[in-house]
Design a protein around this ligand. Structure first.
Ligand SMILES: Cc1cc2nc3c(=O)[nH]c(=O)nc-3n(C[C@H](O)[C@H](O)[C@H](O)COP(=O)(O)OP(=O)(O)OC[C@H]3O[C@@H](n4cnc5c(N)ncnc54)[C@H](O)[C@@H]3O)c2cc1C
Length: 201
């Protein structure tokens, strides 16, 4: 969801909640954009974070810091966030009494994932959704005539190169279908549709 531009010029202390690649990315970018203090809060141990270790190293080298085994209990402030109340958690993610502490924060970013909306499409005849992923065949065909998909909504989140490749495969299949190389169910009936067709590259 795009919520517009945030003015970072007055942000002195940013807190990023999460331990995945989005949290790591946000921490590094905030430092790159000039925010003096950036703290990433992750509820697990460093070794278990889902963000790539080399990405965290890059963020750390830019000046981002982290509080491991830490969760937020409240955001407080007068009219806007000014502090984040935190507590350490054990390896079972249970709060440890007596470990409460406060961080200054004038910006808090939540990077703890988003619910997939794949089920929105599951009501359409021919479309199958498995754990939020739209199911497709090797041509990007969903099973609903005329409907193709690719990228994060089908592969559960990989990289741009995967999304581009899958988009290209689906584009070839759509082209083949329009050109009559695919039957009504979306199955390839020619080499062009099966392989993507070098003549279409
Ligand atoms: C923080 C972060 C950092 C990343 N860094 C990298 C990186 O360094 N290198 C890399 O290769 N990959 C990276 N990725 C992954 C990469 O962004 C994705 O794999 C890629 O963008 C997937 O492309 P996509 O087209 O499938 O989905 P998206 O890029 O998510 O595009 C989907 C589009 O559909 C729109 N949309 C959603 N719902 C609707 C609707 N109902 N109607 C109309 N439009 C809709 C969305 O607004 C969005 O514009 C990163 C991802 C994140 C979150």
């Amino acid at each position: 969801m795009k919520l517009g531009t945030i003015d970072l010029s007055k942000v002195r202390h940013a807190v990023v909640i999460g331990g995945g690649n989005t949290a790591v990315d946000a921490s590094r970018e905030l430092r790159g954009l000039g925010v003096p203090s950036v703290t990433m809060l992750y509820r697990g141990v460093k070794e278990n974070m889902s963000g790539y270790a080399h990405e965290w190293s890059a963020a750390f080298s830019k000046g981002a810091t982290a509080e491991w085994q830490t969760v937020v209990t409240a955001c407080t402030g007068a009219g806007h966030v000014q502090q984040v109340q935190c507590v350490r958690v054990d390896t079972n993610k249970n709060p440890v009494a007596g470990t409460e502490f406060t961080l200054q924060a004038d910006l808090v970013l939540m990077a703890i994932g988003q619910a997939k909306l794949g089920n929105m499409l599951a009501v359409l005849p021919g479309i199958r959704v498995d754990r939020g992923r739209i199911m497709i065949d090797e041509h990007g065909y969903t099973g609903r005539p005329g409907w193709y998909a690719g990228g994060d909504c089908t592969n559960a989140g990989k990289e741009v190169v995967n999304a581009v490749a899958e988009g290209k495969i689906a584009a070839h299949a759509i082209d083949a279908a329009i050109m009559g190389h695919m039957n009504a169910n979306g199955n390839a009936t020619s080499k062009i549709a099966r392989t993507g067709g070098s003549s279409h590259a």
